[in-house]
Design a protein around this ligand. Structure first.
Ligand code: PEP
Ligand code: MG
Length: 751
């Protein structure tokens, strides 16, 4: 539904007047117009003020005395909830909604229904626009659409009035600020900051002629697609002429991205919004904003990543609409700050010479993180709030080792980090020299250090790090990168490449760990409250045995008579393992040549398995502890929540006790155990695990040589009794990190 012309043209005048300081009168007129158009008795605008306060700034229908007086915290009442969640609230019976907060001064008792939409700009909430009616009613989709379009335009009016300037006032914008984050690629960088992705807002919001805008959109989409083709073609010769797994996997990711670009769905949505009266640029902004909001509500990193690709494309489309203006040069050592970042953007920025990246919403499994790892570009994710705090001319220290971004660092801090970077290059030369040395403790205990791998991209790390093999091959990553499950032949070719690259070194393939809302495009998302604990992983494989069997056949074909190790993820009962194993054994009977040896193992990620150990150990050839999921389920702590990261420790009595128990029972049963969560890559954790007797660790590549360096100095014979004593004295402690770290530091171990 097109917003009424009268409303649009009045909004156009308001924006043209630059409205800045004198915004109150025009807003009063605006709420009157909206109330009239939507046949609502009430229309109100709440603007966000510093300190997360929403203030009633204009109303038609509520008590005018309440303007400037009625205030709600973000999260308080329906208005506050709308702002906090950035979600539309369409409530026929608002007064009985659990969040309803009564404000007597507004006189809103008689109004039953409410439609509230967030007013958002460049990913931030500036306020809430709401209408209310006496009679209970569910507002139609068309009415929601009108109010959302108006709210987008209102965002520009509020921004012009300074609402977007937020809480950073006075000195706050010049003092150092530290933002914690998650290490996506370790490393340190110091330099000026540049900001990506806080899309510059569209200047011209309303369309004079929607048909002209549709033609502009069409032309720009074609230009964008051509640009992507060129970008991919520019990397293609590298992939064709070199064996570099890095180059070929970059192509895999970019190809998947090109498919998303060609998907007509999101462009159709942009066209729809243009027909609603917005300019092409404003329509792209609007759709990008919708995507951002959807992303916020999706917990799964993989699905979020598909949407991140789309947001990335929206940025490219805006650039194409603007005639691809020439780009500013990137200053040396620059650190890129982004809200989100897609793979093509990352490649672009890397080619332009950035030294590091911090992404507010980046997760370790994002395409950008995968590429950043391949490019060895220090990268930090989850640094929320940094974009609001950063200003032009700021510099920063990106300490991705310690998971922090220091904005406007003190000169002493800068100097310190400068020295750390020098020391690191010396240390790295030392680590490289370690590559061909065996992984063994100072007192001669060998430890198998293997790699976690998900894409062809990472295979060259086997030689770069001198790893003993691949302790976890995550088969679902390549499928997610390409956006579909490959057929048997394609899968077999993919797995054969992995086995070829590994040569004599072992590879533990893990079957598909998809599910919950970690879905491939086209799959119907399930309505689950907790997708991580939902219909995912092996559960899907067992319910859709044809899918699992196809993968098992591909693995057997890839082995072509060589040794093959396969493990199943998220096993919760021994019975599940039995069914999965039977499928593999049945496939193995059909495929020729049969593998020289077929090892079938289970991941240990679901705590329930710990109480089934005797039965499990009697049936598996090996166990791999997935500490990422095991800790999440053990402590009931979402592994993806930045608010919880670091709250529960692997180096704690419950985890060490359960691993100890597992290792004792597995040793008695003669079943090898390895651990393949991210924790294995951290030297202190690795030291403790080896101290418990776990001598097979699989980890992301950057951790391998530092762990090997630590082992070379570790006298495990001396550490074991110390660890035992620390554990004995630890009843009730949340973490044993301090005493373990103190022991390691005293001995000069590089942890
Ligand atoms: C784990 O859970 O520790 C694991 C290795 O699997 P993923 O991280 O792929 O869930
Ligand atoms: Mg797992």
């Amino acid at each position: 539904m097109t917003p009424p012309r009268r409303l649009l043209s009045r909004l156009r005048e308001l924006m043209a007047s630059g409205a800045a300081a004198e915004v109150a009168a025009p807003l009063a007129e605006l709420v009157r117009l909206i109330a009239g158009e939507l046949v609502s008795e009430v229309c109100s605008i709440y603007a966000q003020r510093p300190g997360d306060i929403l203030e009633l700034s204009a109303t038609e229908g509520l008590n005018p005395q309440a303007v400037g007086r009625t205030r709600l915290r973000v999260g308080e009442g329906i208005i506050g909830l709308c702002a906090a969640t950035a979600k539309v609230m369409n409530l026929p019976d608002a007064q009985n909604h659990p969040a309803f907060a009564y404000r007597p001064e507004t006189g809103e008792e008689p109004y039953a229904s409410m439609l509230a939409v967030p007013v958002r700009r460049a990913g931030r909430t500036l306020g809430v626009l709401a209408v209310q009616n006496r009679t209970p009613r569910h507002y139609t989709d068309d009415e929601v659409e009108v109010l959302e379009t108006v709210s987008m335009l209102l965002a520009e009016v509020l921004a012009a009035a300074g609402v977007a300037d937020g809480a950073e006032e006075g000195l706050a914008g010049t003092l150092p600020r530290v933002f914690g984050g998650v290490t996506l690629v370790a490393g340190i960088a110091i330099g000026p900051v540049i900001v990506h992705g806080g899309f510059s807002t569209a200047r011209r919001l309303l369309a004079d002629d929607p048909d002209v805008e549709l033609v502009r959109l069409h032309d720009a989409a074609e230009r964008m697609q051509r640009g992507l083709d060129e970008l991919i073609a520019a990397r293609m010769p590298v992939a064709e002429t070199s064996n570099s797994a890095d180059a070929s996997a970059s192509i895999e990711v970019l190809e998947a991205y090109r498919l998303v670009a060609a998907d007509a769905g999101w462009l159709r949505r942009v066209a729809e919004v243009i027909r609603g009266g917005l300019s092409a640029e404003a329509a792209v902004h609007r759709v990008a904003g919708e995507l951002r909001d959807r992303m916020r509500r999706i917990s799964d990193p993989y699905l979020r990543e598909r949407l991140a690709d789309l947001e990335d494309l929206a940025g490219r489309l805006l650039a194409a609409l603007g005639g691809d203006a020439p780009r500013e040069p990137v200053p040396p050592g620059a650190i890129l700050l982004a809200r989100r970042l897609g793979p093509a953007e990352l490649l672009d920025w890397h080619a332009r010479g950035i030294a590091g990246v911090a992404i507010e919403e980046g997760s370790p499994t994002s395409h950008a993180a995968i590429l950043a790892r391949a490019l060895n570009l220090p990268t930090l994710g989850g640094t929320r709030g940094m974009l609001d705090a950063a200003g032009p001319g700021d510099s920063a220290v990106l300490d991705a080792d310690e998971g922090q971004l220091i904005l406007r660092p003190d000169p002493d801090v800068r100097r310190l980090y400068g020295r750390a970077i020098e020391a690191r290059s010396v240390q790295q030369a030392g680590w490289a020299a370690l590559r061909d040395r065996p992984a063994v403790t100072a007192d001669g205990v060998p430890v198998s250090l293997m790699l976690n791998v998900g894409l062809g991209l990472e295979l060259d790390q086997l030689d770069i790090t001198g790893a003993a093999g691949i302790g976890l091959f995550r088969t679902e990553i390549a499928m997610l990168a390409r956006g579909a499950i490959a057929d048997t032949a394609e899968q077999a070719a993919m797995y054969a490449r992995v086995l070829d690259a590994a040569g004599d070194r072992p590879v533990l393939f893990r079957t598909l760990d998809l599910g919950g809302d970690k879905l491939l495009p086209g799959a119907v998302p399930s309505e689950e409250e907790n997708p991580a604990m939902g219909w995912r992983s092996l559960r899907i494989g067992l319910d859709r045995p044809a899918l699992l069997r196809r993968q098992l056949r591909a693995l057997l074909l890839a082995a072509g008579g060589r040794k093959l190790s396969v493990m199943f993820p998220m096993v919760a009962t021994v019975a599940e393992f039995r069914v999965a194993r039977a499928l593999l054994v049945a496939e193995a009977r059909r495929v020729r040549p049969t593998p020289e040896r077929l090892s079938i193992g289970s991941m240990l990620e679901v705590p329930a398995l710990l109480w089934q150990l005797p039965a499990l150990l009697a049936e598996v050839d090996f166990i791999s502890v997935g500490s990422n999921d095991l800790l999440q389920f053990l402590f009931a702590a979402d592994r993806g929540s930045p608010a919880l990261s670091g709250r529960y420790d692997l180096l704690s009595p419950p985890v060490l006790d359960l691993l100890d128990n597992l290792l004792c029972k597995a040793a008695a049963a003669g079943v090898p155990v390895s651990l393949c969560g991210e924790a294995a890559s951290r030297p202190l954790e690795a030291m403790t695990l080896v101290g418990l007797g776990l001598t097979s660790l699989s980890m992301p590549a950057p951790g391998l040589l530092p762990v090997k360096a630590m082992l070379a100095k570790l006298d495990i014979g001396a550490f074991r009794p110390v660890l035992a004593a620390i554990r004995r004295n630890a009843a009730g402690e949340a973490s044993l990190r301090e005493p373990i770290l103190a022991w390691a530091r005293e001995r000069g171990l590089p942890v």
